[in-house]
Design a protein around this ligand. Structure first.
Ligand code: UD1
Length: 432
């Protein structure tokens, strides 16, 4: 029954502190399994996906000390299972990071096939190609994927990816770090989380060069050691709050960000006519006036992020004319369009392009989150819409946004997590 209920119409003003990047932290947690020494990670976002991975690594023997909401110390000196098939791992997409990390360290691992957000078919052929190139035998059986290099060990090699994949780049980089000899990953993903994982591995004694470019060179090492590491700020959370300023014609200072990671979104926000001011570690977005139309195509980093496509679409729903959004990574990423239509949006999807005709206003409705980023987009739509919006299945949003309603309330939004009919009625009564 958990849902967000929103009374729309607020202009969001103030400042918001961005949490650590969920997508980087998921990989960093897997990386902690690659040494028997203690690894401390801070600036960890306190979100469901992260807590699931923490539970999952504890389940195979890692000693986990959650020092506070955003800091964890992991010591993997007593791992007793490299077959990860627990109730937790079934719920996440990034089981392949556990596969890469455990394969690197133990030369054998088996994990449940990835689940995660339902935004299209999510093949893992590139991960498999990479593990095989390093000498592992890979099998998929009974819903599990195993990688086995016990006979001849993992040996560095050239790996050329046919598609740019964040997940495959990281999982193969993890395994190659503890392989014998040199690996060269070509057509690597350049996303900030790839760089973050390489940086943490290098502080642990790895030898990785070129992360952030499309060629990553790894000289395998025998052992990794302890480290203390801070997760980069979450660019998608940051960009979501930037869009909150755009759609509500607000004025938000988004703090604890790396502006460079936000360049594609910033460029597109400027095209809509909003103002963006950049500081060393903060960005201010000031919305106002009628939004201008623009055209977006999602691409791997540094292109426009697919994870910001739904949130940006909400803004274009309110622009003065026709805009297009082309999704080039995940074929089913427009399911939320039906939900926005319930709120009065005028969107037609043709193939992988959404054609959006701006309307004067959105109106509150009962909608379903559907997936993590679509859910965040529908919350933004609810905040700008007339009347009440309820967003069901908020579990999806809680996977990746830390204290989302709290942060939005601090900026002036009227939003509440309700867990019963009674709570919902009380909220409606209170806010009128
Ligand atoms: C990561 C992010 C996700 C984001 C996506 C693209 C995490 C936990 N998730 O997902 O939020 O939307 O990057 O920025 O970090 N592909 C293949 N074969 C493979 C792997 C991928 O064809 O073996 C394709 C996918 O179908 C997709 C494209 O490559 O079209 C990019 O996917 P990928 O970068 O791997 O996404 P994830 O790492 O799963």
């Amino acid at each position: 029954m958990d849902k967000y209920i929103i009374k729309g119409g607020a202009r969001l003003v103030g400042d918001v502190e961005i949490s650590g990047a969920k997508n980087a932290a998921l990989a960093l947690l897997a990386t902690t399994l690659m040494t028997d020494e203690k690894v401390v990670i801070d600036n960890l976002p306190d979100v469901k996906d992260i807590n699931i991975v923490i539970d999952s690594i504890a389940e195979i023997g890692a000693k986990v000390d959650r020092r506070d909401r955003n800091t964890v110390a992991v010591q993997a000196d007593d791992i007793y299972d490299v077959v990860v098939n627990n109730e937790y791992v079934k719920k996440i997409r990034t089981s392949y990071y556990l596969l890469g990390a455990l394969l690197g360290r133990y030369k054998y691992a088996e994990v449940t096939l990835p689940g995660g957000c339902n935004i299209g078919s999510r093949p893992i052929d590139q991960h498999i190609k990479g593990f095989k190139a390093l000498g592992a035998k890979v099998k998929i059986e009974h819903g599990m994927i195993s990688a086995d290099a016990r006979e001849h060990g993992l040996v560095g090699n050239n790996v050329y990816f046919d598609v740019v994949s964040v997940g495959a780049t990281i999982s193969v980089m993890l395994a190659a770090t503890l392989a014998e000899g040199k690996t060269r990953i070509e057509n690597a993903a350049k996303e900030p989380q790839v760089v973050d994982v390489a940086n943490m591995l290098n502080t642990m004694g790895a030898n990785i060069k070129g992360a952030g470019t499309d060629v990553i060179r790894i000289s395998g090492v025998k052992k990794l050691h302890k480290t203390e590491y801070s997760v980069i700020p979450d660019p998608i959370e940051a960009a979501t709050f930037m869009m909150a300023a755009v759609v509500t014609k607000g004025n938000i200072l988004v703090k604890n960000v790396i502006p460079k990671h936000l360049e594609a979104v910033t460029a597109k926000i400027l095209e809509t006519g909003s103002i963006v001011e950049e500081f060393d570690d903060a960005i201010r977005v000031i919305g106002g006036g009628k939004l201008e139309t623009t055209h977006i195509k999602t691409l791997p980093y540094p292109g426009f992020p697919t994870d910001m496509q739904p949130q940006f679409t909400v803004a274009l729903c309110l622009a003065g004319g026709t805009s297009t959004v082309t999704e080039s990574l995940f074929e089913s990423r427009f399911k939320y369009v039906d939900e926005l239509t319930k709120m009065g949006a005028d969107i037609r999807v043709e193939g992988n392009t959404a054609i959006i005709r701006g309307v004067d206003k959105l109106s509150g409705a009962e909608v379903n989150a559907l997936d993590l980023r679509a859910g965040a987009a529908l919350v933004l739509a609810g905040i700008v819409a007339d009347g009440f919006t309820t967003v069901e299945d908020v579990y999806f949003i809680q996977r990746g946004y830390e204290r989302f309603p709290e942060k939005l309330r601090k900026l002036g939004a009227t939003i509440e997590l309700v867990t019963s009919e009674k709570e919902e009625q009380k909220f409606r009564l209170r806010v009128g």
